[in-house]
Design a protein around this ligand. Structure first.
Ligand code: IMP
Ligand code: MG
Length: 181
């Protein structure tokens, strides 16, 4: 893959390559097996950004589980609007279930906080969060449910492997960050 790409006229440089992502996913899958293999958990993917991470992670889960998806819309351009617009498609039959939320990136944490609060009203047995990326410098919320983090990254805009820049770049197989070039 090219180490520098351009999307909407903005340059991005290769940041986390496909091998590193795959290796981390194997480690996370093994940790999830330890915690959940007897619990028939529900993996809840947060669309759109988590689709690629979700798919690659699920290919390595061998225990019984269910899969559901919600869609959140909260982000425009490279700056968080700081507001969750909405969450669509929350499954209603989660009482006493163990939910594992699969997210692409936690930035301010506002989206995740909102989703967790919404899910709590459905009285699940447990909620854990597995996020591919976390920006510790950007997070504004306390979210104790975050249990698995693929990579902690600086407060910079990233694209690829499901993450978009104004709609583009989700199909890239590696993660790029906004370059200074
Ligand atoms: P938060 O509510 O600020 O945590 O933002 C969460 C959502 O914003 C994520 O699920 C992404 O859809 C989007 N987002 C945050 N940071 C980035 C980024 O660096 N690249 C692409 N999307 C991002
Ligand atoms: Mg997302």
């Amino acid at each position: 893959m090219d180490s520098v790409i351009e999307i909407h006229g903005k340059k991005f440089e290769l940041y986390i390559n496909a091998d590193s992502i795959a290796q981390r996913i194997t480690e996370i899958a093994s940790a999830l097996k330890n915690d959940f293999s007897q619990l028939k958990p529900v993996f809840l993917g947060v669309l759109n950004g988590s689709f690629m991470f979700f798919s690659d992670l699920m290919k390595q889960i061998e225990f019984e589980c269910e899969m559901e998806f919600v869609k959140t819309v909260s982000y425009h351009g490279t700056q968080s609007t700081g507001k969750v617009k909405d969450i669509f498609g929350v499954p209603q039959n989660l009482e006493n279930r163990n939910i594992i939320i699969i997210e692409d990136v936690i930035d301010t944490g506002l989206t995740m906080k909102y989703l967790v609060d919404e899910l709590q009203t459905l009285k699940p047995q447990s909620i854990s969060i597995c996020t591919l990326l976390l920006k510790p410098e950007a997070i504004k919320e306390e979210i104790p449910e975050i249990k698995h983090i693929g990579f902690s990254i600086p407060n910079e805009f990233v694209v690829g492997y499901g993450l978009d820049y104004d709609g583009l770049g989700r199909n890239l197989t590696e993660i790029y960050k906004a370059g200074l070039i």
